[in-house]
Design a protein around this ligand. Structure first.
Ligand SMILES: *[C@@H]1O[C@H](CO)[C@@H](O)[C@H](O)[C@H]1NC(C)=O
Ligand SMILES: *[C@@H]1O[C@H](CO)[C@@H](O)[C@H](O)[C@H]1NC(C)=O
Length: 328
């Protein structure tokens, strides 16, 4: 009798082992199985040479999207001081135009090169794709990859921006990521925060730092399921309405993202990548991620203000520009 029991036991163990082995082979992209199985198989076969890089050769998110519209030569004539990546959607023609004519006017800074790049995915409506294509031929400030443009794919949009900087503009000094309904006080950003005359920083990241946790209420815009993110706290992350970093961070985040399970909350996801990289974002409360009624003196003190319509953008810009001589 005991021998029968142990036979059965061994059979069960063997079955489980082969099932696990099979799973590890057939699902190489799944997060944990994939990462765990690779080094084990390698040690078993050839080398004792299991290094960190060996383990990480097979990306979780390959980000294998093609550029549908690109501006690969934007940085060829010299490295900009600041690249501003603006997350936008197809229909926001007015918002993009308002930015071009106000704070995003690249010719407004005679002493510094500032580049603005609008980020988009592919729309399911081809008419909109064509309109954006035409807009791009006029302004040459739009970059599009062939993922579906949707709220749930915002993270892909940001990663596209990181990839673009790392590939086509790696010599830029700083990068900002913001949204098309954000007003940016460029004087404060450039001269008070980034200070062109000072030594360029590395592994630098700043914005409005949020210490929060996942919202489990399914009705919320920021709902996060336990399956996707089981931990009760997020790492510190900067509000996606505006954050700024040294350009070396773009490549670091893009590469890290290829081994980090995607989350649809773009700013939380960037925070996760920063934690993996050991980069701590600096708190700067000048990055307002809420709406703030306009007053000249208030707006002079901040770096960003959220929820600004194209009309307000023009009004604020005109007022601030015409009152430069006034003191607060
Ligand atoms: C281990 O890997 C490194 C880098 O890939 C290589 O230079 C080295 O020769 C390898 N060593 C062995 C024992 O295979
Ligand atoms: C995100 O983009 C991918 C690639 O185009 C697409 O397969 C997926 O359906 C999109 N997700 C959402 C939620 O739109």
């Amino acid at each position: 009798m005991p021998s029968k029991v142990s036979c059965l036991y061994i059979l069960t163990v063997v079955c489980w082992a082969s099932a696990l082995w099979y799973l590890s082979l057939s699902r190489p992209t799944s997060a944990y199985v994939g990462h765990m199985s690779l080094p084990i198989r390698k040690t078993a076969k050839a080398a004792k040479n299991v290094t960190f890089t060996n383990i990480r050769t097979r990306p979780l998110n390959a980000h294998a999207y093609e550029f549908v519209i690109n501006e690969p030569n934007k940085c060829r004539d010299g490295a900009p001081f600041l690249v501003i990546l603006i997350s936008t959607t197809h229909k926001e023609f007015d918002a993009r135009q308002a930015i071009r004519e106000t704070w995003g006017d690249e010719s407004a800074f005679s002493d510094l090169r500032v580049l603005t790049v609008f980020l988009l995915g592919r729309n399911t409506d081809d008419v909109l794709n064509q309109m954006v294509e035409q807009e791009s031929q006029i302004f040459h400030d739009i970059v599009v990859e062939d993922f579906i443009d949707s709220y749930h794919n915002l993270t892909l949009k940001t990663m596209m921006g990181m990839r673009w900087v790392a590939t086509f503009c790696p010599k830029a000094q700083y990068v900002m990521k913001t949204d098309s309904d954000v007003f940016v006080n460029m004087d404060n950003l450039l001269y008070k925060l980034l200070k062109p005359a000072t030594k360029p920083r590395k592994r630098y990241f700043t914005g409005y730092v949020i210490h929060g946790g996942p919202i489990r209420d399914m009705r919320s815009k920021w709902y996060m399921s336990r399956d996707l993110y089981p931990e009760s706290k997020y790492p510190p992350f900067c509000s996606g309405t505006g954050y700024v970093f040294s350009s070396d961070v773009a490549e670091l985040i893009f590469k890290t993202s290829q081994h980090t399970r995607l989350l649809h909350l773009e700013d939380v996801y960037v925070g996760l990548c920063l934690r993996k990289l050991g980069i701590h974002p600096f708190q700067n409360t000048g990055f307002n991620h809420w709406k703030m009624a306009y007053s000249l003196c208030r707006y002079r003190r901040v770096i960003t203000v959220h929820q600004i319509s194209p009309e307000e953008m023009h009004r604020i810009w005109n007022d601030m520009s015409s009152k430069k001589h006034l003191r607060c």
